[in-house]
Design a protein around this ligand. Sequence first.
Ligand SMILES: O=C(O)[C@H](CCc1ccccc1)CC1(C(=O)N[C@@H](Cc2c[nH]c3ccccc23)C(=O)O)CCCC1
Ligand SMILES: [Ca+2]
Ligand SMILES: [Zn+2]
Length: 339
Amino acid sequence: VFGKMQNFIAVKDATTNKTYMHTPHISGGTTTNPNIVGVSTYDARRMGETPFILLSALFGFTGFEVETGNSFFADPAAVSAHTNSMKINDYFQKIHKRNSLDDKGMRLISTVHIGSKWNNAAWNGKQMLYGDGDGIILGSLAGGLDVAGHEMTHGVIENTTDLIYQDESGAINESLADIFGAYGEMYATGTVDWDMGEDIYTPNIPGDGGLRSLSDPTSVRLSTTYLPSGHYPDHYDDRYLGTLDRGGVHINSSINNKAAYLITDGGTHYGVTVQGIGRTKAEKIFYRALTLYLTPSSGFKDMREAAIQASRDLYKDRNGQPSPETAAVIAAYDAVGVP
Ligand SMILES: O=C(O)[C@H](CCc1ccccc1)CC1(C(=O)N[C@@H](Cc2c[nH]c3ccccc23)C(=O)O)CCCC1
Ligand SMILES: [Ca+2]
Ligand SMILES: [Zn+2]
């Protein structure tokens, strides 16, 4: 859970005499004009989840400073949230030439220890929020680099297409958060990992994957009893059509997650074979689709069309034939049954 020590600056607030962490994080840009993005991490201890979320949504409250008593460095959740936000910011800077979540260098703000044993994390429109987990289902969610990537991608989405967080557009929102959470983690760690939250899921059971799997969504059984097939869907025909989870945004996201996995790593799915094109091409296609072609109400079919168009822009058809990259996008969406 500890992040490696970086160039932190402990800032003492003269009035409250409390210390909190700010990091003038230089990432990307040129040496003469580095994109300095501020990073701040706060501690919400002593405040329940609901009052905190209310306060932060209403008044932009970000939480209490990291008390001088339990200093920043002694708080693994604070260190992880802080360093993970810097790593994900590096990913968006270097790979997508995006200067923080709003592309205007906005400060990256995290608050840890939200609620008591809160088994979740969130983006509240302004910042990342992390619960400590109950220690059984989940450990401290700040420990998940892919979780930080997921929440920060909600920030990117809100500052770009702002996909409506409900039903199909909500599932695409969720899926892109999982996809860039995975891509950002793979970029930062240099290892291939298609699970979401594997570092924090069931801390007492090693090797049982994460909250969701992008490579095989049906392999994760967490809270799937109410789903039609009893597991997360990997085909459009198995999508959840109920009203729970805002119309299944964390459920149907798995259909598009599977498509992204197939485009990246390839595979044969329901008899359709996809030749993978690798993360460095797939991530450009999804980023271009998100920022240029999707609209707030975009659903699965629009996602397919946006990805095909983005691929055609980047990897031109040759004598009327789709490039291998575009062929992979078409085949992947065929494989998951998105027409
Ligand atoms: O960002 C999100 O989409 C999720 C935010 C959930 C939320 C929404 C509104 C108010 C507060 C919290 C948080 C994450 C999420 O996917 N939560 C799912 C899965 C989940 C988290 N904790 C759980 C415990 C049990 C079962 C399922 C879950 C959910 O809330 O459904 C994203 C990455 C990991 C946590
Ligand atoms: Ca992961
Ligand atoms: Zn999400």
